[in-house]
Design a protein around this ligand. Structure first.
Ligand code: SAM
Ligand code: SF4
Length: 320
């Protein structure tokens, strides 16, 4: 599938729930969010159908996300039903890792290829503060279990918050010395709880390159990929920099997002959405709905412009 700017769309990110067992300070309000009723959330069969129809149309990479995808009941069955679809090349899940120790092996057995684990600090207290009560030990155990299960390549997501965890950049980079993992630093975006945060909390990923001049670029020439990859010579792993603020990678945007309540978001930074159930009721096939959505992808976002208005949804509803 190609959009009207001739971008090939082959990546679908599906948020399977807007619920979460953490309350990361930049993502979700401490008090949580009003619970949606079961009827408002896509059934697993609906998610499966969207994924399988997408694959038939050329989607070859799917990521399940949330909220926390591992709290969604029936997630393993869903994974098993999607994993073997012909044409699917990459099947991944983004998780906060709290339930990974328990589920890593089953995820692998069901056919998931790999996981990204979000871990914003390697210090118990800082982790607990950022996540509002999360237990770092459990996440680290989950990461070990994911490695054992062969969910590879393992990627760790680190959102840098100025004054909170930016002094840990070196500790995260050290994790790549002896292991074939990727540590990905993500610039904090003005979405969700962070949408009202002042510039004092934002830091660009240039700081990583300034601190570690020995970082060697791997594929940074490719402007259209969101993750610019580097490595330290002789280290086994890699470092990824995801720079939504300091760089615009819309030229190569290849994705659409499905929200847990059944909306297709052609662009993360726009409130424009397509209601899947409504269009289905009107008689449109899933293929037509997906094609409509792809045609609505804007050329680019305006996140860094003066006129930018943060989207109304939080990241826990969109999935990152
Ligand atoms: N609960 C899972 C997790 O935390 O990995 C999956 C959903 S979470 C919304 C997906 C990713 O979005 C996480 O890596 C999280 O750190 C990131 N994220 C959430 N809010 C963000 C923001 N305002 N800016 C940048 N990244 C954000
Ligand atoms: Fe939950 Fe992930 Fe948001 Fe943290 S970032 S509150 S783990 S959805």
């Amino acid at each position: 599938m190609f959009d009207k700017y001739n971008r090939k769309i082959n990546y679908m990110r599906i948020s399977v729930t807007d619920r979460c067992n953490l309350r990361c300070e930049y993502c979700m309000p401490v008090v949580g969010v009003p619970k949606k009723s079961h009827n408002e959330i896509l059934r697993l069969e609906e998610i499966e159908n969207i994924a399988l129809e997408g694959i038939k149309l050329g989607i070859d990479k799917i990521r399940l996300t949330g909220g926390e995808p591992l709290v969604r009941k029936g997630i393993m069955g869903l994974i098993g039903n999607i994993a073997n679809a012909k044409g699917l090349k990459d099947f991944a899940l983004t998780t906060n890792g709290l339930l990974l120790k328990k589920h890593a092996k089953e995820l692998k057995d069901k056919g998931l290829k790999r996981v990204n684990v979000s871990i914003d600090s390697l210090n118990d207290k800082t982790y607990e503060k950022i996540t509002k009560g999360g237990n770092l030990k459990k996440v680290l155990e989950g990461i070990e279990e994911a490695k054992k299960a062969g969910l590879a390549p393992l990627k760790l997501n680190v959102v840098l918050i100025k004054g909170t965890n930016d002094h840990e950049i070196g500790d995260f980079i050290k994790l790549t010395r002896n292991e074939e993992i990727e540590v990905r630093f993500i610039e904090l975006m003005p979405i969700g709880e962070a949408s009202g945060w002042s510039n004092d909390y934002h830091i660009t990923n240039n700081v990583v390159k300034e601190l570690f001049e020995e970082l060697v670029p791997i594929d940074v020439e490719n402007k259209s990929i969101p993750t610019k990859r580097y490595k330290i010579p002789n280290y086994k792993g890699t470092i990824g920099l995801i720079n939504p603020l300091s760089e615009c990678f819309c030229d190569g945007c290849n994705r659409i997002r499905i929200t847990a309540d059944g909306k297709i978001k052609p662009c993360l930074h726009s409130d424009f959405e397509i209601n899947i159930r409504k269009l289905s009721k009107e008689g449109f096939s899933m293929a037509e709905i997906l094609e409509k959505s792809i045609n609505k992808k804007p050329e680019k976002h305006n996140i860094t412009s003066e006129e930018f208005v943060p989207i109304k949804r939080g990241m826990h509803q969109v999935g990152g």
